[in-house]
Ligand binder design. Sequence first.
Ligand code: HEC
Ligand code: HEC
Ligand code: HEC
Length: 131
Amino acid sequence: MYKGGRIIAGLLLFACLALMPFLINIGKAAAKPSPQVNTPFIQQLTTQTCVEPAAFMKTEHMQLLNQWRDAALRDGKTVYVNSQGQSFPISLENSCLKCHSNPQQFCNTCHTYAAVKPYCWDCHNQGGTSQ
Ligand code: HEC
Ligand code: HEC
Ligand code: HEC
């Protein structure tokens, strides 16, 4: 009987340890941002892709935006040709925010989570949902 109790206690302990990662993740999963990319404009596109592959955009969009700004303001460029040879207007409002017309749910869910506050919005319009 005594031995049986030990086994059950051991099994319970094992179950707790095995569940631990899931239990810890419950809070995180809820807090993690889920940026929505299904805007009406994007839904109409034949290929629902960003100006560059999503994985690149996720980590490099700040640098890309800086390049865009410099290209537009210093070099007077108006068109960006991406790694696939497709062209996009170099514009925050007429490119990024044309597709991502939900900056509040898209850009800002991530930025709030990461505690970054791009100063771009000081001057640039975020569309109807400015903060
Ligand atoms: C102090 C005000 C100000 C801030 C802050 C600012 N911009 Fe701009 N930006 C401008 C002005 C003015 C233009 C020129 C607008 C035009 O040509 O119609 C411009 C143009 C641009 C353009 C090219 C044209 C367009 O319509 O988008 C890009 C891209 C851009 N900015 C990106 C950024 C990014 C990214 C940030 C933040 C990292 C930023 N800007 C912050 C004022 C600002
Ligand atoms: C032609 C429409 C279009 C334009 C223009 C566009 N995007 Fe996107 N973007 C998308 C789509 C669609 C996705 C999702 C792609 C996927 O999942 O493969 C996406 C994905 C992203 C992601 C990754 C999101 C995630 O959850 O990982 C970021 C960040 C992003 N875009 C930022 C930008 C910025 C910044 C600009 C302007 C420089 C921009 N996008 C311009 C359509 C666009
Ligand atoms: C998948 C999450 C995610 C999405 C979606 C996203 N961002 Fe970001 N963004 C980040 C993170 C994280 C940082 C901070 C990165 C760092 O500090 O290295 C950042 C930083 C930036 C910066 C630089 C700010 C600074 O102070 O350095 C700009 C500009 C920016 N994002 C613009 C945008 C715009 C515009 C959109 C929407 C079109 C967008 N981002 C969508 C996650 C995201």
